[in-house]
Ligand binder design. Sequence first.
Ligand code: ZN
Length: 86
Amino acid sequence: MIDLAQGSIIASRGRWKPAVLDGRPSALVSCPRCGGFGSLVYYEIVADGTVRPSFVCPYAIKDGCSFNDEIRLVGWVDRPMGLAEP
Ligand SMILES: [Zn+2]
């Protein structure tokens, strides 16, 4: 399990930022290994921030990143901070 802090996904690897994706609260992340950007639109984020299933780096094929691990969004409280009720 890798903990991701909330922050700038551009500035740092292994960060997450809240985003509304496909009409529901979700997040964008930077891969903890390569820093590539990924979306969690196709993942489930449970109440404590754990992402299911394990996160596979979207750059696995193009750039050969092998990151594939469980991640947790530290600071996720059921919905991303700063987003209103839908
Ligand atoms: Zn990666």
